[in-house]
Write a protein that binds this ligand. Structure first.
Ligand SMILES: NC(=O)c1ccc[n+]([C@@H]2O[C@H](COP(=O)([O-])OP(=O)(O)OC[C@H]3O[C@@H](n4cnc5c(N)ncnc54)[C@H](OP(=O)(O)O)[C@@H]3O)[C@@H](O)[C@H]2O)c1
Length: 243
């Protein structure tokens, strides 16, 4: 595989989709997952039509899609195996898929924390560990974990979501420390409110939230740094502040 290779979870909508589209336009091959097979099919068709014209012959980027619920360890391991068997190298891993269940720790349903930890934290733990040999096969691997402002400060309807996003920050910091000598970078991104499927129907002025492409642009910008520098944490919020 001549092109660089990126793995993005939760890639069919919102921030994950915007990151995938920007990487595709830069010539990255993509391994993407989501739970909906239809959405993956639709996305593959859209990207295939938008193949960068500057890329020719063997350098043509490729797309691997796999249905995968990242809250299920066996499915995450199967996704990693597909990537390993097909490509054997990963230059960029974006642990993006996440779920948000608004509520309060003291009131939410039993099992909420367990569910959100599986989707928002264990998923990144399982996938990163499963792809370690592929990340090591890259000379310049970067792991990006998408946390949230809710992973930095408690806020009213955060509940278990906030706990899970704080935990993801801890996972990132630990991985960063363990992998730095190997030249593998780890960045945690803390986005504020960003228009996406999760905000559909909310009655707010368009300019009040960030665009998914804003977050994607910030992630893609990380790839421009020399091997000597890492952005450990990236905080990006709406110009007018949190909601
Ligand atoms: N939007 C915001 O305001 C905001 C702010 C801070 C942080 N974030 C974080 O940014 C990330 C992306 O959020 P978003 O708002 O862009 O999401 P979104 O628009 O709701 O899209 C979520 C994407 O992830 C997939 N997905 C959801 N659950 C999944 C699962 N269990 N397994 C695999 N794929 C799954 C969805 O596809 P399927 O439904 O087909 O699985 C979809 O492709 C999340 O980690 C979120 O916590 C978002």
């Amino acid at each position: 595989m001549n092109s660089k290779i990126a793995v993005i979870t939760g890639a069919t909508k919102g921030i994950g989709r915007a990151i995938s589209e920007q990487l595709w336009s830069l010539g990255y091959s993509l391994a993407i997952c989501a739970r909906s097979a239809d959405d993956l099919k639709e996305m593959k068709q859209v990207l295939a039509k938008a193949l960068p014209t500057s890329i020719e012959g063997n350098d043509q980027p490729k797309i691997l899609t796999q249905v995968c619920d990242v809250s299920q360890e066996a499915q995450v391991r199967a996704f990693a195996k597909t990537i390993h068997d097909n490509w054997g190298r990963v230059d960029l891993l974006v642990n993006n898929a996440g779920a948000f269940t608004p509520g309060k720790l003291i009131e939410e349903e039993d099992g909420t924390l367990e569910k959100l930890l599986n989707t928002n934290v264990m998923s990144a733990y399982w996938l990163t560990r499963s792809l370690l040999s592929d990340l090591r096969a890259s000379n310049h691997a970067l792991i990006v974990n998408i946390s949230s402002i809710a992973g930095l400060m408690a806020y009213p309807p955060g509940g278990s979501y906030a706990v899970s996003k704080f935990a993801l920050r801890g996972l990132s910091a630990t991985l960063r420390d363990e992998l730095k000598e190997e030249g593998i970078k780890v960045t945690t991104v803390f986005p504020g409110a960003t228009w996406s499927a999760s905000w559909e129907g909310v009655d707010l002025p368009k300019h009040r939230l960030m665009l998914a492409s804003d977050v994607a642009q910030s992630v893609v910008g990380l790839l421009a740094l020399s091997s000597q520098a890492v952005v450990e944490e990236l905080l990006i919020r709406p110009q007018l502040g949190d909601l």
